[in-house]
Design a binder for this molecule. Sequence first.
Ligand SMILES: [Zn+2]
Length: 70
Amino acid sequence: MSTRYQGDPRQITAKFSSTCHTCGKKIQKGEQIIYWPNGKHAGHLACDEADYRQSLASFEDEDAYNRMYR
Ligand SMILES: [Zn+2]
């Protein structure tokens, strides 16, 4: 089993109420959240979406660099 992508954040539906690690407010069950396996924490989509997209984009950047300098 590959563990390469284990730490990647992902957008999921909250299965239980918790607290957003970014704004400290409550996350309601059923809300769309960003889950960060590395830190085992979650944040509102609105709070963490920018970080989430940046994290995904960094993988794409790597591919772009690989192509550029091949
Ligand atoms: Zn939040």
